[in-house]
Design a protein around this ligand. Structure first.
Ligand code: NAP
Length: 519
C-alpha cells in the first residue's frame, strides 16, 4: 500500500504508524495511506522561514511572478494525470476534476501576471505621500513589505489542487514561504502536485513544504511573523483561532469556513424567460457540481410564493436528469461523496432539515450508474414548510442538497437571506433594477460576494459558484470573517503595512516613488 510522504526541509520524509486511509469513494477500497506522526514539523517550519523566506525575499515581485508561471506550467503538463487521481480519490467527474485543476493553474497565472505588473520592486507603497509638518521635506507614506515568517495553509478536502495553489500563489508572490497541509481524505492530488514541483525544480529550497497527514504540533512552532490561512469547517476554524500560539503571538489568521449561500429569484422573473432559464441552469450546476461539496454551492433558494410550485417542478426535472454514478464513465455527471463520514453527515443533515421541509426529489441513494458500492446520494431538493425555521438557515448540508423557501415581499426575502449569519456568495436573478438595488442594500453586507444574474449576461457568466482570483473570496460571520484573493488585496495577509516617515528624497528613493508623486 502506497504511503504518502511529507516534503519537509527539502526532503521527502515518511511518518510512522499506519496513518489515515485514503479511499476510492466509488469502490470504497483503500488506495493509499498518509501519516505525519513522528516528523519534526517544527524544524520544517524553521527551515521554511529561514531558508525559503530569505530566498524569496531576495526576489522582486516580477521574479516571484515568473516562478508562479512555471508552477502553472508544471501543473498543466500533468493535467490528465491529476484529473485521473481526482476521479479515483475524490469521486470527481472529469468536469469536476478539470474545474479544480484548471482553477489552480488559472489562479497561478493571474498572480504571475500581477507579479509582472508590480515589477522588480519588493516593497509596495500604499497611497500617496503626505506632508507631515510645515516643512515639505518631511513626508510620510504607507508601505507593504513581506512578513519574515512562514505561511501555513490548512485546506479542505473538496479542492485539493485549487485550494492549495490559490493560497500558495498569493503567499509566494508576497515573498513568504508556504507549508501546506491538505486534507488527508483527498491527499493524492495535492501530493502529486508537490511531487511534480519538486521534480521540475521550480522553487528555491524551503519555499514550499508539504505535510501529508495530521497537523500534529505544527502550530506550536509559529511566531509573530507567521500567517495561517485556513479553509474548512467552522468547528476546526474555532480550534485554530483559539490555539495558544496563535493567540500568544497574534499570528495572522484568515478563516474560510462554511456558509449557507443563497439564490434569490426576483418577483419580476417569469417562467420560461432567459433569466428564469439561467437561474435553473446555474442552480442545478451549483447543487450537483463536485456533488455539492463546494463552499460556494447554493444551499437556500428564495422564490416568490406565486412561482414556488413551478420552480419546484422545473428544478426537480433538471436534477433528475443528472446521471449519478461511477465518475470514470463519461456519461456520469455526478459522483459520490468523498467519504463514508461525509455521506453519514449529509444524511443526518437531510433528516434535520426534513423536520421543517419535505423532500421534493432525491433524499436517498437513488439510481446509480456503473457502481454497486460507493458513498452516493441523489441530488436533493427540499421545500420548506416554515420559511423561518432556524435549521434551514443554520445547518450546512455539505452535499448535493438545497432547500426551496418561498418569500412574500423583497424585504421578507432579504431578512431570510440574512438569517444565514454571513455567507460567501449570494446570487440575485432579476432584470428589475429597483429590486436589485433593494437586494444590494438589504444583503450585500452579509456577503463576501454578490452575484446579479440577468438576461443581459445569461450566456456569458461562469455562475455564482466560481471563485475568481481578481475578486475577493470569503465572507463575514459564520463564513469565517476572512478574505483571500482579490488580486493585489490578497497579498496583504502576508505583508506588513508600515507607516514610513523621513525626508522626501530618501522616502521617495527607498520606495521607488517618482519624485513628488505616488508609487
Ligand atoms: P475540516 O474537517 O474542518 O478540515 C479542514 C482541514 O483542517 C483539513 O486539512 C483537516 O485536516 C484540518 N484540521 C482538522 N483538525 C484540525 C485542527 N485541530 N487544527 C488544524 N487543522 C485541522 O473541513 P473539511 O471536512 O475538510 O471541509 C468541509 C468544510 O469546509 C465545509 O464545512 C465547507 O463549507 C468548508 N469549506 C469552506 C470553504 C471556503 O472557502 N469558505 C471552501 C471549502 C470548504 P485532516 O484532513 O488531517 O483532518
Amino acid at each position: 500500500m502506497k504511503k504518502l510522504a511529507s516534503y519537509l526541509h527539502n526532503e521527502w520524509k515518511t511518518g510512522t504508524g499506519d496513518g489515515a486511509s485514503l479511499y476510492n469513494p466509488t469502490t470504497e477500497v483503500v488506495i493509499a495511506r498518509a501519516s505525519s506522526d513522528g516528523l519534526d514539523l517544527g524544524a520544517a517550519v524553521s527551515y521554511a522561514r529561514d531558508i525559503g523566506g530569505a530566498a524569496l525575499r531576495e526576489l522582486g515581485f516580477a521574479q516571484r511572478g515568473a516562478l508562479l508561471a512555471k508552477l502553472s506550467d508544471t501543473i498543466h503538463k500533468r493535467r490528465d494525470e491529476l484529473i485521473a487521481l481526482a476521479v479515483e480519490n475524490g469521486g470527481n467527474t472529469r468536469g469536476d476534476a478539470k474545474f479544480d485543476v484548471d482553477g489552480a493553474t488559472a489562479t497561478l497565472q493571474h498572480y504571475a501576471e500581477l507579479g509582472k505588473t508590480l515589477g522588480e520592486r519588493r516593497v509596495i507603497a500604499d497611497g500617496p505621500t503626505m506632508q507631515l509638518g510645515r516643512n515639505p521635506r518631511w513626508i510620510g507614506v504607507h508601505a507593504w513589505s513581506s512578513a519574515q515568517g512562514v505561511a501555513v495553509h490548512v485546506n479542505a478536502y473538496n479542492f485539493p489542487a485549487w485550494n492549495m495553489m490559490e493560497k500558495a500563489a498569493v503567499a509566494l508572490l508576497a515573498g513568504v514561504p508556504v507549508v501546506t497541509k491538505p486534507a488527508q481524505s483527498t491527499l493524492l492530488v495535492a501530493h502529486r502536485i508537490v511531487e511534480a514541483i519538486v521534480e521540475d525544480k521550480v522553487l528555491p529550497a524551503g519555499a514550499l513544504s508539504l505535510v501529508s497527514g495530521g497537523i500534529g504540533k505544527l502550530f506550536d512552532a509559529l511566531g509573530p511573523q507567521d500567517a495561517i490561512a485556513f479553509t474548512g469547517s467552522a468547528q476546526t476554524g474555532t480550534k485554530i483561532r483559539t490555539h495558544e500560539s496563535v493567540v500568544r503571538h497574534s499570528v495572522r489568521l484568515n478563516v474560510e469556513a462554511d456558509s449557507l449561500n443563497s439564490a434569490v429569484l426576483g418577483p419580476d422573473v417569469e417562467q420560461g424567460s432567459a433569466t428564469y432559464e439561467m437561474f435553473l441552469r446555474e442552480l442545478a450546476k451549483e447543487v450537483t457540481q463536485k456533488s455539492g461539496q463546494k463552499c460556494t454551492a447554493t444551499r437556500r433558494v428564495f422564490v416568490n410564493e406565486a412561482i414556488a410550485k413551478d420552480v419546484e417542478r422545473d428544478l426537480c426535472e433538471r436534477l433528475s436528469e443528472v446521471v449519478v454514478g461511477d465518475p470514470s464513465h463519461n456519461e456520469v455527471k455526478m459522483g459520490p461523496l468523498v467519504t463514508a463520514q461525509q455521506l453519514a453527515d449529509v444524511r443526518a443533515g437531510i433528516a434535520t432539515l426534513q423536520k421543517h421541509a419535505r423532500v421534493a426529489c432525491g433524499g436517498d441513494r437513488g439510481k446509480v450508474a456503473h457502481a454497486e458500492k460507493g458513498w452516493f446520494i441523489a441530488p436533493t431538493l427540499l421545500v420548506a414548510n416554515d420559511a423561518g425555521a432556524a435549521p434551514l438557515h443554520d445547518v450546512e448540508v455539505f452535499g448535493p442538497v438545497t432547500t426551496l423557501i418561498a418569500y412574500k415581499t423583497p424585504d421578507d426575502a432579504a431578512k431570510l437571506v440574512r438569517r444565514g449569519q454571513g455567507s460567501l456568495v449570494g446570487s440575485v436573478y432579476s432584470d428589475d433594477e429597483p429590486f436589485c438595488e433593494s437586494m444590494l442594500h438589504g444583503i450585500a453586507a452579509a456577503h463576501g460576494r454578490l452575484y446579479f444574474g440577468s438576461e443581459k449576461i445569461a450566456e456569458h457568466t461562469f455562475g455564482p459558484g466560481t471563485v475568481l482570483a481578481g475578486l475577493v473570496h470569503g465572507g463575514p460571520g459564520r463564513a469565517g470573517g476572512g478574505e483571500e484573493l482579490g488580486g493585489v488585496r490578497g497579498l496583504e495577509h502576508y505583508m506588513q503595512r508600515t507607516a514610513i516617515q523621513g525626508s522626501k528624497p530618501t522616502v521617495e528613493r527607498l520606495l521607488g516613488i517618482a519624485a513628488g508623486g505616488a508609487a
